[in-house]
Every structure is written in C-alpha cells, then in structure tokens.
Design a protein around this ligand. Structure first.
Ligand code: DGY
Length: 327
C-alpha cells in the first residue's frame, strides 16, 4: 500500500522529519523563508496532510486547492492563521501544539517584564554607545518588580505559568479572563477582576489570550487610558490584541511608562514602525517559545499529529474534533 503524502511548509528540526518519513511520503519547502503562496497552493494539490507554521494562511482558497486534505498540523499553540470553521466544513482536521511551550513562553514573558521594568536593552545600548561617563543617582532608573501588582489578562496555561513565577517576586496577582480559574485563586491567591479593574490597579499587565474576533484590539486607547502612568504592558500572545497605534500614542505621551512586545500587528515589524523610535519599549521578534528544546518539541508534536491524521488515527491536540472520523 502506498504511503500517505504530506507537505512541510518550512525547514524544521530533523527530529520532526524523522517522524514524518517513517510513515509518509513527504515534500518540503526546505528554507528558513516562508514558502511563496503560489508554490504552496501547487504543492498541496494532492497531499493528505500539511505541516504549517503561523506564517501560512489556511483559508478557503487553500482548502479549495487541497482536494485530498485530511489534516493541517500547525506548529504553534495559536492557530489564528487557520480558518478552523472552513476546515471543519471541508472535513479537515486541525491540530496545534499546546502544553509543550507553556513554561518557555512564560519564561520569556517574565524576562521581557524584567527587561522592560529595569530598562535592560536601553542600558545596554547606553553603555555600548560610550555614553557611560559616571555613576549617577538617577541614571536609567526603572520600576520595581518585587512586591508590585501583576495583572494577567488570560489565565490559561501560559498565564498561570507566569502567575507562578510572580510568586518568587512577592507580587500580588489580579486577573481577567472570560472564565474564572479557581485553581489559581486557591493556589496563588489570585484575584478575579473585570478587565478595567485589572488595568487600573496593576503595575504590570501581561496578555495571554488567543487572537479571536472577540480579542482583536481588546486593548485600545480607552483601556490604555485606564492604566497607571507608571505601568508596563507586556504582550507575548498575538499583536492584534493590542491596538498598536493607540499603544504608540500612549507610550509617546507617557500615559503608560513602558511596554515590552514580542508580537505585533504586522510581523516581521516593518522598519518604519514608529515604535522602533521609542526608548520606552522593548521589542522582540516573536521568540516566546524559542528555546532549542521547546521548538524541537513543537515540531515533533506537530509531526506526530500530522502522521496520526493521515494514517487513520485521531491525532492529539485536535482543535476541531468533529472532522476526525477515526476511532
Ligand atoms: C505559538 O505557538 O502560538 C507561538 O506564537 C509560537 O510559539
């Protein structure tokens, strides 16, 4: 019997390819750059499964082009690049990679919080540019993290992992989510609040929500206006949850003190993005889950899901269970 065929849309760790080639015929866009759309649409025409990254848009056009498709295995926990409803209509399974990146992403969120609060990149730029001439009492002074109030927007896996880290810094945790997380309330004494209250009372606000039509621009000019002038906003989830133009204005006019961003409305960030001109923002190129171990695990998880989906098994991590017809 011939093996199922799959397409891999980027160069990925060898460990993932080893899993795929065991049971599938595969073709790959073996490059660190995204596959051009026309190549992608051609390559998926006959395949049973596709391994995607968050740079690939899986929409009606994609699904029309892929006549035999059974599964889209996304190498990310977020899947806002995929029209899940359209996949369900076409009988195509969608999987993501939850769990394996939780702690690594929480580490990054906390590192970004610390770096922004204590102005680490700015201090590094200052020293390298030869501006350090003496010790000054108020030189590059930042905000205290220890003993401050942390507002978490989205208390899922990653939000919870960030909350746990905050305990080492004696932080009071407030949170907002669509649902209460009573376990976190019990375990860490986290206080459930309205979004406005979290924004008003927190010294640091960190966002850990998926991007959906409900969370698009959840944080705009009005919400930023509620924050303390000394507050810091951290976003490691998805850029469009924050209205970036409103954030730029708030940072420029010092309505909030600083922001640390790993995600943006447009990625990669265009060189003329005005945020690049501000000193009170720390900018990272979407590296939340970027440890060697975690990125390898994400790739092998996606590969395992992919292989299951094309070999009559129900993959783990289905985000649309209904199309899985295998038992
Ligand atoms: C995800 O998994 O959704 C990230 O943004 C990439 O780690």
């Amino acid at each position: 019997m011939s093996k199922p065929s799959v397409y891999v849309t980027r160069r990925v760790p060898k460990e993932a390819i080893d899993i795929i080639k065991e049971e599938c015929e595969y073709r790959i866009w073996d490059s660190n750059d995204p596959v051009p759309r026309d190549v992608l649409l051609r390559e998926i025409a006959e395949v049973d499964g596709v391994f995607t990254l968050l740079t690939e848009k899986v929409d009606e056009e994609f699904l029309q082009a892929a006549k035999n498709l059974k599964i889209v295995a996304n190498m990310a926990v977020g899947y806002d690049n995929i029209d899940v409803d359209a996949c369900t209509r076409h009988g195509v399974m969608v999987t993501n990679t939850p769990g394996v990146l939780t702690e690594t992403t929480a580490d990054l969120a906390f590192a970004l919080l610390m770096a922004t609060a204590r102005r680490l990149p700015e201090s590094d730029r200052f020293l390298r540019s030869g501006k350090w001439v003496t010790w000054e009492p108020m030189l590059l002074t930042g905000q205290d993290v220890y003993g401050s109030t942390l507002g978490i927007i989205g208390m899922g896996r990653i939000g919870t992992a960030v909350a746990r880290r905050s305990q080492g810094f004696g932080m009071k945790v407030l949170y907002y989510d669509y649902r209460r997380n009573e376990e976190v309330e019990r375990e860490l004494g986290a206080e459930y609040c309205s979004l406005d209250e979290v924004l008003k009372r927190s010294d640091f606000v960190t966002i850990h929500l998926p991007l959906t039509s409900e969370t698009y621009h959840l944080i705009g000019a009005r919400e930023l206006g509620l924050m303390k002038p000394t507050a810091v906003l951290i976003n490691t989830s998805r850029g469009p949850i924050v209205d970036e133009q409103a954030l730029y204005q708030a940072l420029l006019e010092k309505k909030i003190w600083a922001s640390g961003l790993d995600v943006f409305e447009e990625e990669p960030v265009p060189v003329d993005n005005p945020l690049l001109k501000l000193d009170n923002v720390v900018l990272l190129p979407h590296i939340g889950s970027a440890s060697i171990v975690t990125r390898t695990r994400m790739a092998t998880t996606a590969a395992t899901n992919l292989v299951a989906g094309v070999t009559e098994r129900c993959p783990s991590n289905l985000v649309n269970p209904s199309p899985c017809k295998h038992s």
